[in-house]
Design a protein around this ligand. Structure first.
Ligand SMILES: Cc1cc2nc3c(=O)[nH]c(=O)nc-3n(C[C@H](O)[C@H](O)[C@H](O)COP(=O)(O)O)c2cc1C
Length: 401
């Protein structure tokens, strides 16, 4: 039997207070700023720009803003400039949470571990579900990942739980555990990267065992009232990868263990990076950003052949997300290609109570308010994707502005 959630949000009601899942957290709109790596760090410590960036998002009408890529340990960073959750970052993040609250908004942290998707030379243990060749970081000397043993699985699960608790203590309103986009927990879910023969590999029941264990451990650590969201792939966007059927299986399990809401996305950063973005591939900027001559050459020569382009279409994940919507009742947050007021009405009418946005808000943090006030009816973002080049320079921004 279909489990479609009763529809309670529409664009019209989206700017009123609403509960996020069963958590009791009240958001003052049904819009969420999706995690987009900001690159606003100095030597791994978030800087003032990060605070201003998120304050501008809540001023622009999102009920909750998501700080991107909080690595749960220093080894969990894809590259060494990224922030990890430690005493020094928490000090700045505390101020960020206070400033966001001062504007009436809520703030969540995306918690991540990169697994084998790393070029962090400072990493002391380069590990993943299995021994995997690391095309992304082999020029940095990280060639083959080590398959994690039970002790390492437990340690990383504890890192997720401790990071969530630390964020709860400094006033964050929620955490989002990254199970998508090809990072460590997604590497466990995907048959392409999980080649284990033990109880963590093989069937989707086994492949999801460790990611679900991590989410459950986080929920038990922070308690039932603190929202724990999950970012989950609809599919990896590659043949033989995590599938929509797998996604429905994992979504049902997440509902069972008390996850607050799922942000649906897709793609595998090391294999199908533009599946989750669509639009132009900004090769020039990506080559410029490469950290060594060898990397620039590899990117220049192989890039266009191996990085696939995907045509942009408004609400590009909606058809797949609807399939999940039919199977679970927990809050699902729609993400991917949101562009216009009519498109948002369509998402709400399909039973999604929340909508997350990334590029339209990087282009214009006031996008939602302008739509609400009838000043515009669609985003000015043209999906040139130069923002992903900018995030690795001085911090994420729209080059059109
Ligand atoms: C500059 C940039 C950085 C991103 N960084 C992250 C990230 O750190 N974590 C993540 O889960 N998704 C990241 N994403 C993906 C977005 O959260 C989102 O899934 C994608 O942009 C599609 O949404 P949109 O069409 O509203 O932009 C990033 C996207 C962009 C454009």
């Amino acid at each position: 039997m279909s489990k479609v959630k009763p529809i309670s949000a529409s664009f019209h009601t989206a700017f009123t207070e609403t509960n996020l899942g069963h958590s009791g957290l009240r958001l003052n709109s049904s819009f969420v700023k999706a995690a987009t790596y900001e690159g606003m760090v100095d030597n791994g410590i978030p800087n003032k720009n990060l605070i201003d960036h998120h304050v501008s998002m809540v001023k622009g009408g999102v009920g909750m803003t998501t700080v991107a890529y909080g690595a749960v340990s220093s080894d969990g960073r894809t590259f060494k400039e990224q922030m990890s959750i430690n005493e020094a970052s928490l000090e700045v993040l505390k101020e960020l949470a206070e400033k966001v609250h001062g504007e009436g908004g809520k703030v969540s942290m995306q918690l991540t571990h990169c697994g084998y998707f790393s070029k962090n030379k400072a990493s002391k243990s380069f590990m993943a579900p299995s021994r995997i060749f690391n095309a992304y970081g082999f020029l940095s000397g990280l060639v083959f990942s080590k398959a994690m043993n039970e002790e390492e699985l437990e340690r990383v699960a504890l890192d997720f739980a401790n990071s969530a608790r630390a964020l709860q203590e400094i006033g964050f309103d929620a955490v989002e555990i990254h199970l998508g986009h090809g990072y460590l927990l997604s590497q466990f879910l995907s048959p392409l990267t999980n080649k284990r023969k033990d109880r963590y590999g093989g069937s989707i029941n086994n492949r999801s065992r460790y990611p679900l264990y991590v989410v459950d451990k986080v929920i038990k650590t922070v308690g039932p009232d603190f929202p724990v969201l999950v970012k989950l792939n609809l599919d990896d966007g590659i043949k033989g990868g995590f599938s929509l059927t797998d996604c429905i299986f994992v979504s049902k399990k997440l509902e069972e263990i008390g996850c607050t809401a799922i942000v649906l996305s897709g793609g595998f950063t090391s294999k199908s990076p533009f599946y989750l973005l669509r639009g132009k591939v900004p090769f020039k900027g990506m080559i410029k950003n490469a950290s060594s001559v060898a990397e620039k050459l590899t990117m220049g020569i192989l890039g266009p052949a191996i990085i696939r382009k995907y045509h942009f279409k408004e609400n590009f994940f909606l058809d797949k997300a609807i399939q999940v919507r039919k199977e679970v009742t927990l809050d699902l947050i729609y993400l991917g290609g949101v562009d216009s007021k009519i498109g948002m009405e369509n998402i709400f009418s399909k039973g999604f109570n929340f909508i997350a946005l990334a590029r339209p808000l990087i282009h214009d943090p006031e996008f939602l308010l302008k739509i609400k006030d009838g000043i515009i009816d669609k985003s000015g973002c043209n999906r040139c994707n130069e923002c992903i080049v900018e995030m690795d320079r001085k911090g994420v921004k729209c080059v059109l502005n």
